[in-house]
Design a binder for this molecule. Structure first.
Ligand code: NAP
Length: 293
């Protein structure tokens, strides 16, 4: 059976998913949806491969998709949900390829999965550049297992997980520390050279660990040290998405990352002063209450 695949969001993640599908599947099976129809210049840094991917708009598509990947930023999701009803039905597998948590509740269809995304890339004025990795982690069940078989000949790695919540929370914590300090401090990973900032990162991670534990998520006991070690390996010049977004004045994914964790902590009656402070500052920046520029 040949499946029809759609990808909404021709940015770093979405264009990579579309490119990898197009490499192995028929062109008429893969549809990349953008805000407008155009050709996205695309380059992979590790392989040197280059291409141009044609986008189309959802409004001009009148088929039903078997699989839909949604790869827009978290604050762009509501608009996509309003636009996508005519290209899906109750059998469509919908994979939310986003950071953060809590967005799934917005999508009222039977087969919706939060993916944990390990695809690194960046959208620039010139197009999309892919840096490394082609991994999407999803909850294992009969539907995702079947999809993994369909994708077996592609370079996209659909990793099936016993308990996707653990993977989602692990990624949330990784994002929590480094995204927060680079965005609040408006500096790249070089900011971690400052001992007080390393301390702040550790405190944020410890609060995140306590929230996860209280929410019943079993993470490794060593998670804070494990993540601090990952951060220590980051090159000074590395920026995070939240860093690039705040310096360019773009909306932040703060509601789905820091906001989700903060609300969860509140719900569970936890006192998380570091998270509360960072979240408040970023939320205020997001609302334009502080002029960061
Ligand atoms: P991105 O580069 O900004 O791509 C999002 C794309 O979706 C943009 O081209 C955007 O257009 C488009 N879009 C927005 N609303 C749309 C709509 N209604 N219809 C069609 N297209 C629409 O974002 P990304 O970096 O791929 O990130 C996607 C998600 O993956 C985020 O949650 C991010 O945190 C996560 N993630 C990213 C990376 C990474 O390395 N980039 C790694 C892991 C996870 P405009 O630009 O015109 O708004």
């Amino acid at each position: 059976m040949t499946l029809q695949y759609g990808i909404i969001g021709p940015g770093a993640v979405g264009t990579t998913i579309a490119y990898e599908l197009l490499r192995s599947l028929d062109t008429d099976q893969v549809h990349l949806f953008g805000k407008k129809a155009w050709k996205v210049p695309y380059r992979q840094r590790d392989t040197g491969e280059q291409s141009e991917l044609q986008t189309q708009t959802l409004a001009h598509f009148d088929d039903t998709l078997d699989v839909l990947f949604i790869a827009v930023k978290t604050h762009q999701l509501d608009h996509v949900i309003e636009q996508m009803a005519h290209v899906i039905d109750d059998d469509t597998l919908i994979i939310l390829a986003q950071n953060g948590h809590g967005q799934l509740e917005k999508i009222d269809y039977p087969h919706v999965y939060q993916a944990v995304v390990y695809i690194s890339g960046q959208k620039t004025e010139e197009g999309v550049i892919h840096f490394r990795d082609r991994i999407l982690q999803v909850q294992e069940d009969e539907f995702t297992s079947e999809l993994a078989q369909h994708l077996a000949d592609t370079r996209l790695e659909l990793q099936l997980k016993d308990d996707i919540e653990v993977e989602i929370w692990y990624k949330l914590l990784v994002n929590l520390g480094i995204n927060s300090v680079t965005a609040v401090g408006r500096q790249t990973a070089a900011i971690l050279r400052v001992p007080e900032i390393r301390n702040l990162c550790r405190n944020l991670l410890e609060e995140g660990q306590r929230i996860a534990e209280a929410a019943g998520i079993v993470l490794p006991e060593t998670i804070v040290e494990d993540i601090m070690k990952i951060y220590a390996g980051y090159p000074d010049e590395m920026g995070t998405s939240m860093y690039y977004d705040i310096i360019s004045g773009a909306p932040l994914e703060v509601d789905a990352i820091q906001g989700f964790m903060y609300r969860k902590g509140q719900e569970l009656g936890l006192y998380t002063p570091y998270l509360e402070t960072v979240y408040s500052i970023l939320a205020a920046a997001e609302n334009g209450k502080l002029n960061y520029k």
